[in-house]
Design a protein around this ligand. Structure first.
Ligand code: FES
Length: 104
């Protein structure tokens, strides 16, 4: 679990935090917050160093894009999803909680 002040985030600027020992990429888009595993499923680049456009984040290394809402890889060369993390908003803070287990 990791707690951040909302003021530490900027709209559309990814931020890397550590949650239970795992790097997580947190993104604010207007009044919505998203948290994905920070490690690209293609070849281990840090997604928080990538660019956000719409609800997608693009890996800086080879250009794979992931849907911030689902973690799904939507553009090659990545084909596997990255994990999503639960976010709880409270006052001026957001808390990134446990990894969301996907339904099979
Ligand atoms: S490491 Fe992310 S697309 Fe290759």
């Amino acid at each position: 679990m990791a707690t951040l002040d909302r003021s530490s985030l900027q709209d559309g600027k990814p931020k890397k935090v550590i949650v239970d020992g795992h790097p997580v990429c947190v993104v604010q888009i207007k009044d919505e917050y998203f948290a994905l595993g920070d490690t690209c499923s293609h070849s281990d680049a840090s997604l928080s160093e990538g660019e956000v456009s719409g609800y997608k984040i693009e890996c800086w290394l080879h250009g794979a894009e992931f849907d911030l809402r689902t973690g799904e890889a939507v553009t090659p060369p990545a084909s596997a999803s990255v994990p999503r993390y639960e976010i709880v908003e409270s006052g001026d803070q957001i808390t990134i909680k446990s990894r969301v287990e996907e339904r099979k």
